[in-house]
Design a protein around this ligand. Structure first.
Ligand code: COA
Length: 430
């Protein structure tokens, strides 16, 4: 065995090109021509294939790095024979350029004008138009006998990745094992195919990658989790007085103090007392995984769709710290700069539609979490205090819970405790 340093090959006139995908990791065995990394210029994406077979010994680039021709991508462990023959041609430098990059292809699917068709199982809707996939992915699809038209793309710019192929295969196997389409699996009718043009003018708006990913996740979560939604109002009159008093101070420190930071802090506090609300079902359905950390996700509306950044260890952070993290993460989400790590690890999610104005809604649980808090618009309403009606600021809360894990009594207790904590924010200190 010998180590070969694999370098960025000739990529034309480009320099400082973004690494947008790392397709291998240390320990992986690759064949010649397997894709190592994907680069993206302002004009095109290109995959850098392995110049030879071997085992990845070390990675020298990271996601988001900028690279130019000659930069080392990784170290590859290759058999002596190979490296020896390379040594001859490369004057024993033990450095190889990766193979010439392969541009990401976009090709039309076989049926140009189709809008949507179903596959042979009659239950998977096939997307229309064009599929985008690299030659490596196309080769994999051929080997696995998968029609790329059937695959939901999760790669950048709507590209199908190797993982998409494996995920498709996994779903197909799971479907077969659970009784195919006639057994215990959902035996749904295919989506209706309607030519809307028959009824009037239409316009096609392509869905963003985030839209498509959200759609798949939301559908799965809605179908698999038995949701029950519980409603209550939190009296946030005192909290609002406190917040408005502090707002100017916060602004001087560059912080926008909204109710959301209090909602996040209170959630982390109340979850401590309700371990199963801060849990997940284990994959085999045998255990409840109770998490001893409290990471709170918050739904964020972005031009490309809904994203859920996460405030880690929210219970250990002050309100100002949480507020400034919300601002920073929401800004990153809206400008497409959120890193994958900043969206991972949530144990509970808050979806606040407050600023948009609803009275109640059913938020969909973000699997593998088991509960989510929907927040609607606070309003001043008359409340009977035993003697007279007094104006109080009420915040409508909608808690959706996974009924497999959280029964009605527990959900009601959690929601009541949460509303009480928001009503008297001193509870957070206890
Ligand atoms: N009731 C009344 N007013 C509310 C409120 C509520 N529940 N929540 C926030 N507000 C107010 C804020 O106090 C602020 O007003 P102020 O400046 O006078 O204090 C104003 O609304 C704007 O708040 P916003 O800028 O939206 O900040 P935020 O911290 O409340 O929310 C985000 C930050 C990122 C969550 C928010 O901008 C967002 O994207 N919300 C949409 C989430 C979504 O789409 N959920 C749906 C999932 S299905």
């Amino acid at each position: 065995m010998a180590l070969q340093q694999i370098k960025v090959p000739d990529i034309g006139d480009y320099a400082d090109v973004d690494v947008i995908e790392i397709n291998v990791q240390v320990g992986d065995t690759v064949e010649e021509e397997d894709s190592l990394i994907t680069l993206e210029t302002d004009k095109a994406s290109m995959e850098i294939p392995a110049p030879m077979a071997g085992k990845i010994a070390a990675m020298q680039v990271n996601l988001g790095d900028k690279v130019s021709q000659g930069d080392v991508i990784l170290s590859l462990e290759v058999t002596e024979d190979l490296s020896a023959s390379d040594d001859k041609s490369a004057e024993s430098s033990k450095v190889s350029d990766a193979s010439a990059p392969t541009p990401i292809e976009t090709v039309s699917s076989s049926s140009e004008n189709k809008t949507s068709v179903t596959d042979s199982s009659k239950n998977e809707v096939v997307s229309d138009g064009k599929v985008q996939a690299s030659p490596v992915v196309r080769r994999l699809a051929r080997v696995l006998n998968i029609d790329l038209n059937n695959i939901v793309a999760t790669g950048r710019k709507g590209r199908i990745t190797k993982d998409d192929c494996y995920a498709y295969l996994k779903r197909a196997v799971t479907k077969m094992q659970s009784g195919g389409f006639g057994g215990n699996a959902l035996d749904l009718l295919p989506d209706p195919e309607v030519d809307f043009r028959a009824f009037g003018e239409i316009e096609l708006q392509p869905l963003s990658r985030i839209n498509k990913l959200s759609a798949s996740n939301l559908s799965r979560n809605w179908v698999k989790i038995p949701h029950v939604t519980f409603y209550d109002d939190a009296d946030i009159t005192d909290l609002e007085i406190f917040r408005k008093n502090k707002k100017l101070d916060a602004e001087k420190a560059g912080i926008k103090l909204t109710p959301l930071s209090f909602l996040i802090k209170a959630a982390a506090k109340v979850l401590e007392a309700f371990p199963s609300v801060n849990s997940s079902l284990s994959g085999d359905g045998e255990n409840l995984v109770i998490k001893k950390y409290y990471h709170i996700g918050f739904a964020t509306d972005t031009p490309k769709g809904l994203m859920v950044p996460v405030i880690k260890n929210a219970g250990q952070k002050g309100i100002y710290e949480i507020s400034s993290e919300i601002m920073a993460l929401a800004q990153k989400a809206r400008t497409g700069k959120l890193k994958p790590d900043e969206m991972k690890g949530a144990t509970f999610t808050i979806s606040s539609l407050g600023v948009l104005g609803t009275t109640a809604f059913t938020p969909i649980i973000n699997m593998p979490e088991v509960a989510i808090m929907g927040v609607s618009k606070a309003a001043i309403k008359p409340v009977w205090n035993g003697e007279k009606f007094v104006p109080r600021t009420l915040l409508p809360l909608s808690l959706s819970a996974d009924h497999r894990v959280i029964d009605g009594a527990m959900a009601a207790k959690f929601l009541t405790q949460y509303a009480r904590t928001l009503s008297d924010i001193r509870e957070i200190l206890l």
